[in-house]
Ligand binder design. Structure first.
Ligand SMILES: NC(=O)C1=CN([C@@H]2O[C@H](COP(=O)(O)OP(=O)(O)OC[C@H]3O[C@@H](n4cnc5c(N)ncnc54)[C@H](OP(=O)(O)O)[C@@H]3O)[C@@H](O)[C@H]2O)[C@@H](O)CC1
Ligand SMILES: Nc1ncnc2c1ncn2[C@@H]1O[C@H](COP(=O)(O)OP(=O)(O)O)[C@@H](O)[C@H]1O
Length: 462
């Protein structure tokens, strides 16, 4: 798990390094520029002309310092494009050195390679028109390397910003990289630590990036019997969507559960009961107690229950893990006041379902992170798994981001499989990671795949 930080915390990291740990600002900047220069030196050598764009803050100061290092190292085919403004004192120091060295300044952005130091984590609000024009100019280059973050990248998404091929960021990756469609502007990410005392500073930020190395599935003991391996109740299915519940059920088994009971619509009871040999199959009305079950998954293919009926079943599993997916999500939003306190509810909307939920709950949708917090609060502390090519999990005040793009996972039923895995593992992070890893493995094995193949891959990995 890697920390991610907000722009505000990145600035605090700077301040703490200087004030508490007495590392001079210019010394931090020198180290930052040195690491950055080493990382891009080969590209500078091979470029006919590199333009270093420098704003008037410390991000611009970094750009000036890197330009100076390259110049002093014998790389003469560089120009500086300086954008005046409220100049920071470090910026003035770097600017004066570049002037004294007579590094050429330019007002032309035509270049195959641009180092973008227009604005870093000091960015706030909306980008001014003047800087938008500069961003447009930068974006014409063949290759762009941004310092710390692409200039103009907003923390709530919807950015008008530099579209970098690479971003070399200092200390920690920024949360902004993973919001909305921002990731398309960040390019390849490299994280360098100039010499921030990272291990001495405990971050108050609640953002983590998760990866496959965080997979930690419960080991199933050799002598475990089916009753010990978990019993999942699944409520869902309708005449229109009879496959969803069956995909969830198979995913639960392949994930290691010993027993599954499917409660489905009377309209498809015969189909589900006859075509699936492993689960116990019953009708909705038969679910009267949660006693025999470890967790509940409600929603795959569900269209035939009312909001009251859904909430009644969720409340029946009050002290247990409840995963609310697909058809049950909207009903949950419409009836949120009737949910009894249960911090074990996990809802798994995709972006469309999440937008609809925000509208139902009358929550502002302009900032993804604050809207996740608000939805969780409205749903009695529920964990939210917001599914997309970057999945965000909000759980008990923490945000977890998984960035493992795989278009093969965007296939009918993939969400039903994920919901089954989370219900079986009773852990949204492990469920999301297993689903993603199985997707990667299935893609390697089959190319694009069906969910039956995805589920088989889950069994192999588990
Ligand atoms: N020791 C250190 O401190 C270290 C700091 N480090 C580096 O410092 C960076 C942070 O530097 P920072 O805090 O000076 O802010 P920064 O990103 O340059 O932004 C200020 C500029 O943005 C502009 N601007 C802002 N909003 C705008 C808007 N809406 N629309 C238009 N313009 C807007 C603002 O414009 P102005 O107000 O002047 O017109 C000004 O030019 C950090 O990312 C890292 O690279 C590393 O070297 C490690 C050591
Ligand atoms: N391009 C992608 N990269 C990574 N994961 C993806 C991508 N497209 C879809 N997914 C994942 O696939 C699943 C799709 O779920 P969902 O939209 O509910 O599908 P369905 O309704 O067909 O079951 C989610 O877990 C989502 O994160």
């Amino acid at each position: 798990m890697n920390n991610l930080i907000t722009y505000k915390s990145a600035k605090e990291l700077d301040i703490l390094s200087q004030e508490k740990y007495l590392i001079p600002s210019l010394s931090l900047m020198e180290s930052a520029a040195r690491c950055f220069y080493s990382a891009i030196k080969d590209k500078l050598i091979n470029s006919k002309l590199t333009i270093f764009v420098a704003g008037s803050g410390n991000n611009g100061a970094d750009s000036l310092a890197v330009a100076r290092m390259a110049y002093c190292d014998g790389i003469k085919n560089i120009n500086i494009y300086f954008v005046p403004g409220h100049q920071s004192k470090e910026n003035k120091v770097q600017y004066d050195i570049c002037k004294a060295l007579e590094i050429p300044f330019t007002d032309n952005l035509d270049s195959e390679l641009i180092v973008d130091g227009l604005i870093g984590v000091g960015f706030s609000g909306e980008l001014s028109q003047e800087k938008r024009n500069i961003v447009d100019g930068i974006n014409k280059a063949n290759y762009i390397i941004s310092i710390d973050c692409p200039s103009g990248l907003k923390e709530d998404g919807n950015s008008y910003c530099v579209k970098a091929n690479e971003t070399i960021t200092f200390g920690y990756e920024k949360v902004a990289f993973y919001i909305g469609s921002n990731i398309n502007y960040v390019g390849k990410i490299t994280t360098l630590n100039p010499s921030f005392p990272l291990t001495s500073i405990s971050l108050s930020d609640n953002y983590r990036r998760i990866s496959y190395s965080d997979i930690n599935l419960r080991k199933i003991d050799d002598r475990e019997y089916k009753n010990k391996k978990g019993h999942v109740a699944i409520v869902g299915g309708s005449k229109e969507y009879s496959g969803a519940v069956r995909l969830s059920e198979r995913a639960v088994f392949k994930c290691g559960a010993g027993l599954v009971t499917v409660f489905t619509s009377p309209e498809i009871y015969e189909v589900v009961a006859n075509e699936n040999l492993s689960p116990i199959v019953k009708k909705f009305e038969d679910l009267q107690s949660s006693n025999s079950y470890d967790s509940l998954l409600i929603g795959p293919g569900l269209t035939d229950l009312s909001g009251e009926e859904v909430i009644k079943l969720i409340n029946l599993f009050n002290s247990k893990c409840v995963v609310v997916d697909a058809g049950a999500i909207k009903l949950l939003g419409e009836n949120c006041n009737a949910i009894s306190d249960n911090s074990n509810i996990i809802i798994t909307p995709h972006l469309g379902e999440f937008r609809a939920l925000l509208a139902t709950l009358n929550i502002d949708s302009s900032n993804t992170l604050t809207s996740l917090i608000a939805v969780s609060k409205a749903l009695k502390g529920a964990t939210i798994v917001l599914k997309s090519s970057i999945t965000i999990i909000y759980q008990k005040g923490m945000f977890y981001f998984l960035n493992e793009p795989n278009p093969a996972l965007g296939v009918a039923g993939s969400g039903d499989v994920l919901a089954g895995l989370i219900a079986c593992l009773k852990d949204p992070i492990q469920g999301v990671l297993l689903h993603s890893l199985a997707g990667r493995s299935a893609h390697e094995r089959f190319g694009f795949f069906t969910c039956e193949e995805l589920i088989d891959e889950v069994g192999r990995i588990r």
